[in-house]
Ligand binder design. Sequence first.
Ligand code: HEC
Ligand code: HEC
Length: 324
Amino acid sequence: MMESWKERALARYQELKKLGKSFFPYIIYKDTVVVFLIFVVVLGLAIVKGAELEEVADPTDTTYNPRPEWYFLFLFQALKYVPGSLEAVAAIILPSLVILLMILLPFIDRGPRRHPFDRPLLTILGIVAIVGFIGLTVVGLESPLLNPVVHKDPQVMAGRKLYADLKCSYCHSINGRGGVAGPDLTTVGSRRERDWFVQHFQSPQRVTPGSVMPRLNLLPEEVDELVAYMMTLGGGGGPFTPKAPHLFQDHCESCHRLDGKGGEIGPDLTTLRTYRDKGFIYGYIQDPKPFNPETSMPGFKGTLTDPEIEDLSRYLLSSKREKK
Ligand code: HEC
Ligand code: HEC
């Protein structure tokens, strides 16, 4: 049985070989053309659409949601089920073995049968792998983020780009990156008002006589963009979402005053950020008991999700709350 399969396959191969064209150069030529066309399309997309770049990585930033692109989510999710000490095995060794297996497959599997039902073991393995990929990707997509997702304001993004294009970091630093000729701008948003920024960018010398900061001759919209960016710097625990004020209204305002509005059962939280840090605030909202055994405030773990508690903490820490 096996013999006849093999003989038939070989005979058919010889037959086709007589009819057909050789692999080199004909098939290679076709492949090259297709690969080239795909390359042109990718190049075109890169030029026209470009890849979305994020902020420069900042190791001190705990407000970032690290997430791979969707096609690596399965690996990202799979790693969560592996203890830390085995991370290298799961992240490097196993995937390398799978790739090696793929490369060696034509040498290992030399049977002449092609139909999936004739090769149950490989078929089952293949199905398990595909279901695994899809399943892990879906679970990964749905797993909660640690930080609230703050949609980027295009004006702020434009301001950030101007900051880079105009080489402001030659004189200023943000989060430890940049020069020292001018003041550190890491928290400048909490120190200055909008109007001050506008005047400063129109003419630094008018605001600060004798300033060595160059006059930039910016267009009015460029000034607005830079100001929008500056205003985001130093907002306490990080940016909060537009949902945060509503969370406060719904869950906290009956007992706490904030910026002149709310109940009197608990302390006024308007100036909380001047004497409490993020860890305290976050923990207190989750469950006040470890901080204060006599507390009469309910814990919100379970009522609010972790990102909502994070969002509220940032809202309470922000110096720009009042102006929002
Ligand atoms: C040649 C160096 C230099 C460059 C380039 C420069 N600055 Fe300045 N900047 C200074 C100096 C010096 C001061 C402090 C004196 C003053 O307030 O004018 C300052 C002040 C500031 C302040 C006020 C800081 C505070 O704490 O009050 C802001 C905001 C600012 N610069 C933003 C920028 C931006 C944005 C750019 C890029 C478009 C820029 N600077 C480019 C030197 C520079
Ligand atoms: C039922 C009333 C009540 C509600 C609702 C409530 N709190 Fe409180 N909260 C209190 C009281 C009373 C205190 C004072 C200390 C204590 O009893 O725990 C307090 C204390 C706090 C503190 C500590 C303040 C400090 O100076 O150390 C924070 C922070 C806080 N609450 C935030 C919140 C937030 C955010 C919410 C909404 C998610 C909230 N609370 C909802 C009653 C409440």
